[in-house]
Structures are given as structure tokens and as C-alpha cells.
Design a protein around this ligand. Structure first.
Ligand code: NAD
Length: 246
């Protein structure tokens, strides 16, 4: 019960990795604010998680994020931790042909969405005496991936943003880290990688022999939010089964 009495937000908490993170944090005693553009999905996860409440929040809307966090404070009085996880995937298309609208949409959600979330969260964490932030990057924040220019650019930038926030807010007792998962089966990846044979091939590329699970990513996220990680900030943490080790 590392998070008893702590209020922690999770954007994109209505599906996939966010859902597993919400359930892990609630299971360890947190009161979780499940924030998602899809309110019905957030409500389902909140009701299954137990110690959680759903909020509609679109990370592309700067003012809307401030307003959504205002509702969290009105309900719970404080914010102790934040997971900036909302994100989208997109098509696999080489850079010269990459559609401009997908570029704009991916950067708006996967990068600017993290920035908007941080702007809303940081003053609230500081007001409560500090806290911890986890930004969801990817192995694509550390290596390239053919066909996904926008996703790779956004995920690299999230790591830079993470380091900058760690430096800026350390003195206010706020830590900020990034998590970099390998391929995990979620609605995001299954939308593009539909053939089960692709997953068998992906499993074999990992030293562990398998892709990660949502629960694996939730475990790392919970560690980084917890006081066990009190000396960990400004860094990127792989949950990648060794796929980037060579
Ligand atoms: P998912 O599609 O299962 O869940 C994403 C959630 O984000 C959904 O509930 C969706 O409604 C929400 N969302 C989308 N746009 C939003 C917006 N504008 N505002 C608020 N919420 C919004 O995806 P996932 O696989 O769980 O991915 C979660 C995060 O993990 C993403 O940032 C993704 O890039 C990252 N990631 C995923 C994998 C993977 O293999 N699944 C690997 C590395 C990193």
C-alpha cells in the first residue's frame, strides 16, 4: 500500500497501459483520477479499479486540462502524482510520404498533450509540497522505427521534456521520469499489428522471449511514483525485455 491517501492522475486511463496503471495504483491504496477523452472508458476503468474517479479530459486542450485538474482538486483537495500516458499510434508510412495530418495529430497528443498536462499538474504538485510525475515515452523515444516518424519524434521529445522538468522542479520536491515500454498488446498496437504471426515474430526479438504486458509497465510506473524511487529523477526507464540491448 505505497500510495495510501495519495491522489494520482492518469491520462489515457481508460484503456491499455493506462488502465493497468490505474488498477495497480488503486490496488496500492491510491485515489486515482482516471482522465480520458473517452469518458465512458474512464468510467468503466474507475468502477473496476474501485478507488478511482473518472474525468473527461482532452490533452490537446490546454485550458481544458487546467479545468479538468481543477475538478480533481475540487473533489480530492490535492494532487500527489501524475502519469501522462495518453497517446496514439498511427500508420506505418515512410517519412517523405508521411501524411501531414497524422504528423500534426500525433505531435498534438503525444508531445503537446504531455506539455499541457505538465502545465496543469506542476503548480498543484508544488502546492501540495511535491510529488512525482511519469511521462509515457516508448522504446521509440530512444531508437528509431521505420515508418513512424511522428511517433518517434514525439517520444524522443517527451524524454527531453522529462529531463527539463526534473531539473526545473527538483527543488520543489517534484521528480519527473519517463517510462519506455517495448511492444505491448493494447488497442493502440492491435489496430496496426493485426496478424498474430507479427506478435510471434516480435516475441522472438526480445531477450526474455516475449513482449511486455500492461502490468509490466504498470509495475515500473508505480515504482517511479513511489518513495522507493526518491533518488530517481530526470531519466528514461526501459521496460523492453532487452529488445534495445543490442
Ligand atoms: P490505448 O489506445 O489502449 O489507450 C490510449 C488511451 O488514451 C485511450 O483510452 C484513449 O481514449 C486515450 N486518449 C487518446 N487521445 C486522447 C486525448 N486527446 N486526450 C485524452 N486521452 C486520450 O493505447 P496504449 O497502448 O495503452 O498507449 C498508452 C501510451 O503508451 C501511449 O502514450 C503510447 O504511445 C505508449 N506506449 C504504448 C506501447 C504499446 O505497445 N502499446 C508501447 C510504448 C509506449
Amino acid at each position: 500500500m505505497r500510495f495510501s491517501g495519495k491522489v494520482i492522475s492518469v491520462t489515457g486511463g481508460g484503456s491499455g497501459l493506462g488502465e493497468a496503471i490505474v488498477k495497480r495504483l488503486a490496488g496500492e491504496g491510491a485515489l486515482v483520477a482516471v482522465m480520458d477523452i473517452d469518458l465512458a472508458a474512464a468510467e468503466r476503468v474507475a468502477s473496476e479499479a474501485g478507488s478511482a474517479r473518472a474525468y473527461r479530459a482532452d490533452v490537446t486542450d490546454a485550458a481544458g486540462m487546467v479545468e479538468a485538474f481543477g475538478r480533481v482538486i475540487a473533489d480530492h483537495g490535492r494532487l500527489d502524482g501524475a502519469v501522462n500516458n495518453a497517446g496514439i499510434g498511427g500508420p506505418f508510412i515512410p517519412t517523405a510520404d508521411y501524411p501531414l495530418d497524422w504528423w500534426d495529430r500525433t505531435l498534438a497528443i503525444n508531445l503537446t498533450g504531455v506539455f499541457h498536462s505538465l502545465r496543469a499538474e506542476l503548480p498543484l504538485l508544488a502546492a501540495g509540497g511535491g510529488g512525482a510525475i511519469v511521462n509515457m515515452s516508448s522504446i521509440c523515444g530512444l531508437i528509431g522505427q521505420a515508418g513512424t516518424a511522428a511517433y518517434v519524434a514525439a517520444k524522443h521529445a517527451v524524454i527531453g521534456l522529462t529531463k527539463t522538468v526534473a531539473l526545473e522542479y527538483g527543488a520543489q520536491n517534484i521528480r519527473c521520469n519517463a517510462v519506455c515500454p517495448t511492444y505491448v498488446q493494447t488497442p493502440l498496437t492491435l489496430a496496426e499489428l493485426k496478424d498474430p504471426a507479427i506478435w510471434t515474430e516480435l516475441d522472438a526479438r526480445h531477450a526474455t522471449g516475449h513482449c511486455a504486458s500492461p502490468e509490466d509497465v504498470a509495475a515500473m510506473t508505480a515504482f517511479l511514483l513511489s518513495s522507493d524511487a526518491r533518488s530517481v529523477t530526470g531519466s528514461a526507464h526501459l521496460v523492453d525485455g532487452g529488445i534495445t540491448a543490442s
